[in-house]
Design a protein around this ligand. Structure first.
Ligand SMILES: CC(C)(COP(=O)(O)OP(=O)(O)OC[C@H]1O[C@@H](n2cnc3c(N)ncnc32)[C@H](O)[C@@H]1OP(=O)(O)O)[C@@H](O)C(=O)NCCC(=O)NCCS
Length: 182
């Protein structure tokens, strides 16, 4: 049993047309630092973090936890996809006891605009639908985050509500458990 529920973690690496979804490894550390230090990636996520602070704080093997997939293109990390439980303290829920599975995604700017995020998220959602059949997945993103809003729609998320959090309008959506491929 993981925080995510009764799932086997890590699963065997998941191959998509162009990517592999896998657990994080020590060789991904520079890419993790790049993600958190990037002003483009952080634009709608509270801003970038100082690189020197990240160099000190990021562990040798970053991001190794149930529900965090590294998206690997030809042996190099290009982003992360997460499926984690949404905290009860956050606004936006579809069940009274909270703790919904929530999708998150962060890709390096040089990998944007090629459909990698969509490809990786669809595979992670398929994995989740198989691991915990019938369970819906939620997603929360700033409405100003155009790329993320487009991706959410492409993945089949439907709006539940909008609310203010972190000084910005947030879009909160849900996706029922239906396979996106295969
Ligand atoms: C949100 C984010 C992952 C979206 O990345 P993205 O690359 O735009 O998303 P997709 O994988 O869906 O790619 C879509 C684009 O690839 C293009 N594309 C090119 N080749 C493609 C292919 N083979 N298949 C699909 N799309 C392709 C599409 O036309 C589209 O281009 P457009 O944006 O010019 O319309 C990225 O902007 C990001 O990491 N942002 C920072 C983190 C963040 O804000 N996360 C949200 C928190 S919930």
């Amino acid at each position: 049993m993981t925080e995510l529920g009764p799932v086997v973690w890590p699963p065997a690496p998941i191959r998509t047309e162009r990517l592999v979804l896998r657990e994080s490894e020590a060789r991904d550390r520079a890419a993790f630092i790049e993600l958190f230090a990037s002003s483009e990636v952080g634009a709608y996520l509270g801003g970038p973090r100082p690189r020197d602070e990240l160099e000190r704080a990021v562990p040798e093997v970053p991001g190794r936890r149930p529900g965090l997939f590294v998206a690997d293109l030809d042996g190099a990390m290009v982003g992360t996809v997460t499926l984690e439980r949404r905290g009860a303290e956050r606004p936006g829920h579809i069940r009274p006891d909270a703790g919904e599975a929530e999708l998150g995604y962060m890709f390096l700017p040089e990998a944007w605009g090629r459909g990698y995020a969509a490809e990786a998220c669809a595979a992670a959602l398929d994995w989740f639908a198989d691991a915990l059949p019938g369970e819906p997945v939620v997603l929360c993103t700033q409405t100003a985050n155009d790329r993320s809003m487009r991706l959410a729609a492409k993945l089949g998320f439907a709006e539940v509500e909008r609310f203010e959090e972190f000084g910005a309008e947030q879009w909160f959506g849900v996706r029922s458990s239906v396979p996106t491929s295969g």
